[in-house]
Design a protein around this ligand. Structure first.
Ligand SMILES: Cc1ncc(COP(=O)(O)O)c(C=O)c1O
Length: 400
């Protein structure tokens, strides 16, 4: 073979050069490998509601097995519009303002691809759900991170600095991602925080992309507010949601964006070329899910509230400092009491020696150092699973 002096050619995109595999998903694989109780990835280990499973079975039996309309089955788009009207008081045109995608994961990346140009920036609060950074990069934009600071007082709230947020808006900012209720912190953004974000969006002509996938999982009387309902935001908000968390069907892969017609038009085109469409029978089941009575959502929040209150005393007893979540189904914890060099070593010890899988805090930060003394627990699990974890965590207490 001819020896050439040219450097070896890389076949890989520069975009993926800095991506690591999802740590959250890796932790589920580690849990399976070590027979650990899996409190890492955010999926329920209990059954989904019987009526929506039946709706999915009926749809398949009725041969709804071919491509749905690219931007979503009419029945599901109509159901989304009805639910937005009932819960948010917003009138949405299902023909021109809704796009159904393969989970909110695809919805977010399709949205960013639809709105971002090279050189644009996307503001992201950190710690953040780990897809947002890569999503921004895939879409050609640069993520700019703004810190959420952990509460100093027991049962306090995560907060951000108004000046830091304002400063982040001044660099070709195209959009801000707002995830409320928030993964991993459990923060539920208040009206005044959302109004501040609204004011900046309006002043700097920036879009808000809101990930509201945990909208119904709320504790302590906290209320969810959609930024789209604030004056001045209807025309500059993309509201993202999905079936995964509210109905306990993370494997169905159905999510959606509600956005003004011109933005919807762009999202639909990206979505079409990426995936053509979300699973047709599961969209029909989604329409049935969105028609569940209000009592379903009450039961959902109460159930998760009980799980939160079951796990937190166990963690506190074992030596974790817990940041009390007001929404979503995770607890972020401080592990500095255990004397480990970092969260990765601690997580490895937990999965291999204690038998409980958790997510290292660093996977939620741009700079790994910032999460080096934090880990996240997911409590969307059966009582038996949480009790088994509690039993195993006693070994950790002994180590303190
Ligand atoms: C904040 C947030 N957004 C989106 C997702 C993924 O949602 P989906 O299953 O609809 O893709 C998750 C899953 O954990 C999440 O925590």
């Amino acid at each position: 073979m001819k020896d050439t002096a040219a450097p070896p050619k890389s076949f890989l995109s520069h975009k993926v050069a800095h991506f690591t595999e999802s740590v959250i998903r890796e932790m589920t694989r580690q849990a399976m490998l070590h027979g650990a109780v899996n409190l890492s990835q955010g999926f329920p280990d209990f059954p989904a509601p019987a009526e929506i499973k039946r709706a999915a079975q009926d749809a398949i039996a009725a041969d709804i097995n071919q491509y749905a309309i690219t931007w979503g089955a009419k029945s599901l788009r109509d159901a989304i519009a009805r639910k937005m009207q009932a819960w948010q008081g917003i009138a949405v045109d299902p023909e021109r303002e809704i796009t159904v995608c393969c989970g909110s994961t695809e919805t977010i990346v399709s949205t960013l691809l639809a709105i971002c140009n090279a050189g644009d920036e996307v503001v992201i609060f950190e710690p953040f759900y780990e897809n947002y950074g890569p999503d921004a990069i895939i879409s050609g934009a640069k993520p700019r991170f703004v810190k959420l600071r952990p509460p100093q007082m027991p049962n306090g709230e995560w907060t951000f600095d108004e000046r830091e947020l304002r400063a982040a808006f001044q660099h070709h900012t195209k959009a801000i991602v707002v995830n409320t209720p928030n993964n991993p912190t459990g923060k539920v953004f208040t009206r005044s925080e959302l109004e501040l974000i609204r004011d900046l969006c309006v002043e700097f002509n920036v879009l808000a992309i809101t990930d509201e996938i945990y909208e119904h999982i709320l504790y302590d009387g906290t209320r969810h507010l959609s930024i789209v309902t604030l004056e001045g935001m209807r025309e500059r908000t993309i509201t993202i949601n999905g079936l995964s968390k509210t109905y306990g069907v993370t494997g169905w892969r159905v999510g959606w964006a509600v956005a003004p017609p011109a933005i919807t038009d762009a999202i639909r085109k990206v979505h079409d070329f990426l995936t053509v469409g979300a699973p047709a029978p599961l969209q029909e089941a989604g329409a049935a899910a969105l028609a569940l009575p209000e009592t379903y959502y009450k039961g959902l929040a109460e159930g998760y509230g009980k799980r939160r209150d079951r796990l937190i005393p166990v963690l506190t007893e074992a030596g974790f400092r817990c940041f009390l979540p007001r929404g979503a189904y995770y607890v972020m914890t401080d592990i500095s009491g255990f004397g480990f060099a970092n969260d990765i070593e601690f997580t490895k010890y937990m999965v291999e020696e204690i038998g409980v899988a958790v997510v290292p805090g660093s996977s939620f930060y741009n700079n790994a150092r910032d999460g080096a003394q934090q880990v996240r627990f997911a409590f969307c699990k059966r009582d038996e699973t949480l009790d088994e974890a509690a039993k195993r965590l006693r070994k950790l207490q002994a180590r303190k």
